[in-house]
Design a protein around this ligand. Structure first.
Ligand SMILES: C[S@@+](CC[C@H](N)C(=O)[O-])C[C@H]1O[C@@H](n2cnc3c(N)ncnc32)[C@H](O)[C@@H]1O
Length: 280
């Protein structure tokens, strides 16, 4: 079903208002391809009618389905490799040291701010578990860490929280040793072990909302999501993230992303061939 310029503008504004996701005119096909089937299923005869249905749906269910469909959920284990060396050698050892100085019962808090189907938070928990088992960090255990993993999309959160992955997902970036150590195979599905899952809480959270509702964090990962937002919102988002980081805290963006032009609140640090940010 093709979309007119007016219809594109109506839906583009609707999506922006409810998610900050900016659909540029050259990506008109994304609205057509991702929303056509939903429109037909709901009996709307064109995108104008579909838009009015969404606007007047007081339950918010149609809005949620539209935003869910408009998200791009690409992710895989240990995405981009170098930041994971950086985490293993620099960020996580520092957080383990910070933990040793905290009163008992106070956890180190990590936020995976757009976690998609969960590969990012599970990768962090597996690395942490492996480091803590090595015997180099006596007295600190995996449950001294709390990972809050959030996303706007209920469908990816459902998969993430199930901790169940098919062969294709498992083949994307996961070393064989981690697969055998941290997953149980059930037929053609691999299920993350409960001890890895136990330090992660998955929550629906729209980055439009203020993250102070989630508490304060020692380390925030906001990778490969700000690329979908307007420049104005990127500045606001980074300002808010700065506000919820507990000093001396860490902030990590995706490998193709940078704070240049968006925030001067952080110091940029390079280590292990990757870049991270430290709260000033
Ligand atoms: C490309 S994935 C990135 C996943 C992971 N961080 C990574 O780097 O592999 C982007 C994720 O951002 C989520 N997202 C988009 N807009 C969002 C918003 N306003 N609030 C929260 N999550 C959002 C999408 O649902 C999607 O799962």
């Amino acid at each position: 079903m093709s979309i007119s310029t007016e219809e594109f503008n109506l839906l583009r504004t609707f999506i922006l208002e409810h998610s900050e996701i900016e659909v540029k005119p050259e990506k008109t096909y994304l609205i057509e391809s991702r929303l056509s089937r939903m429109m037909v299923e709901l009996g709307a005869s064109n995108f104008t009618e579909f838009y009015h249905n969404a606007k007047s749906d007081t339950s918010g269910k149609l809005r949620e389905r539209i935003i869910d469909a408009m998200t791009t959920n690409e992710t895989f284990w240990f995405r981009d490799t170098k930041p994971w060396e950086l985490m293993k050698q620099t960020i996580l050892p520092d957080l383990i040291d910070q933990k040793k100085k905290l009163p008992p019962g106070i956890k180190i808090r990590i936020w995976s701010a757009a976690c998609s189907t969960g590969q990012e938070p599970y990768s962090i928990a597996m690395v942490l578990s492996e480091m803590l088992e090595s015997g180099k960090f006596p007295g600190v255990k995996l449950n001294d860490f709390e990972i809050i993993a959030t996303d706007i999309s209920p469908s990816v959160l459902f998969l993430a929280n199930s901790g169940r992955y098919n062969q294709l997902a498992m083949s994307r970036g996961l070393p064989e040793s981690y697969k055998s150590k941290y997953f149980d195979q059930q037929g053609k599905i691999w299920v993350i072990k409960p001890e890895i899952k136990s330090c992660i809480t998955f929550k629906k959270f729209n980055l439009q909302d203020h993250p102070s509702a989630l508490g304060r964090f020692n380390f925030v990962l906001c990778r490969n999501v700000a690329i979908y937002f307007t420049d104005v919102f990127k500045r606001e988002l980074f300002r808010r993230i700065h506000g919820v980081i507990e000093p001396p805290g860490f902030f990590l963006l995706g490998s193709s992303e940078s704070l240049v032009g968006y925030s001067t609140d952080f110091n940029m640090v390079e280590a292990q061939g990757a870049i991270f940010y430290k709260k000033k």
